[in-house]
Design a protein around this ligand. Structure first.
Ligand code: B12
Length: 212
């Protein structure tokens, strides 16, 4: 019931209401994953459908994203709470030309929650920036996100550059990619080590990589 109110508040672009309702759910002991999936993520899916239908436009999409972020900010520390020593280091970013970061931020949160040290490079990240950050932080994994179909070629370019850097030095990282236009076939074609359909799958792959 209250999760529906969170869903509605995101669709009404009511940041303050989202924050208030999410706080109430947390205090009531509701599973943070449930608040996230059934309240916040479900609302953004509806936003996407309405955008596709042409009944909602970019400014509204942005306002809904801001409302969702108000809830995410409250859930982040709870999802990330572990206190354990990092099990590995992940450098992550959204590829060049792409400004979407909500899904990437979710991936960051669950990886942190699973005990990884996450270095978030933000959005519109150039290939060399991924490589430099991975070297500097001695990363085990580089994770790349893309939301736009037009970003897929940038992802291919970035993964290609990382693979090339791996050939020429003692630089060794696993590459994981994700985002709605991405598929496992595309990941295999461009030389990525794994494709993750969602945040929990990202954790599964990351764990497999550091165990291997
Ligand atoms: C919010 C939003 C925006 C916001 C972004 C705000 C922000 N800070 O992110 C704003 C308004 C800025 C925006 C702008 C644009 N957007 Co937009 N946007 C969306 C929307 C509604 C939601 C995206 C989202 O956050 N989803 C929720 C998250 C949780 O899901 P997710 O990103 O898929 O992430 C999950 C998985 O994919 C996976 N994952 C994601 N990344 C990674 C990475 C790794 C390593 C792994 C393992 C997994 C993984 O795990 C995540 C969690 O489970 C979508 C529609 C939709 N429902 O997807 C359109 C959508 C992505 N946008 C679209 C478009 C067209 C645009 C614009 C071009 C619009 C315009 N004409 O200006 C611009 C592009 C700007 C740019 N250069 O990037 C299209 C893309 C179409 C396409 N196939 O190319 C979509 C699909 C809308 C539509 N139906 O047409 N957008």
């Amino acid at each position: 019931m209250s999760l529906e109110r969170i869903y509605d508040a995101v669709l009404d672009f009511e940041e303050d209401d989202v924050a208030e309702l999410v706080t109430a759910e947390i205090e009531a002991g509701i599973d943070p994953q449930e608040i996230l999936q059934k309240g916040l993520v479900a609302a953004l899916d509806t936003v996407g459908e309405r955008f596709s239908e042409g009944t909602l436009f970019v400014p509204e999409m942005l306002m809904a994203a801001d409302a969702m972020k108000a809830g995410l900010d409250l859930l982040r520390p709870i999802l990330a709470e572990t206190g354990a020593k990092p099990v590995g280091t992940v450098v992550i970013g959204t590829v060049k030309g792409d400004l979407h970061d909500i899904g990437k931020n979710l991936v960051c949160m669950v990886l942190e929650g699973a005990g990884f040290l996450v270095v978030d490079l933000g959005t519109d990240v150039h290939p060399e920036v991924f490589i430099d950050a991975a070297r500097e932080n001695e990363a085990d994994i580089v994770a790349l996100s893309a939301l736009l179909t037009t970003s897929m070629s940038e992802m291919e370019r970035a993964v290609g550059a990382i693979c090339k850097a791996k050939e020429n030095s003692n630089f060794d990282v696993k590459i994981m990619i994700g985002g709605p236009p991405i598929t496992s076939e595309f990941a295999a074609k461009i030389g990525a080590d794994a494709y993750g359909v969602d945040a929990p799958t990202a954790v599964k792959h990351a764990r497999d990589f550091v165990r291997a």
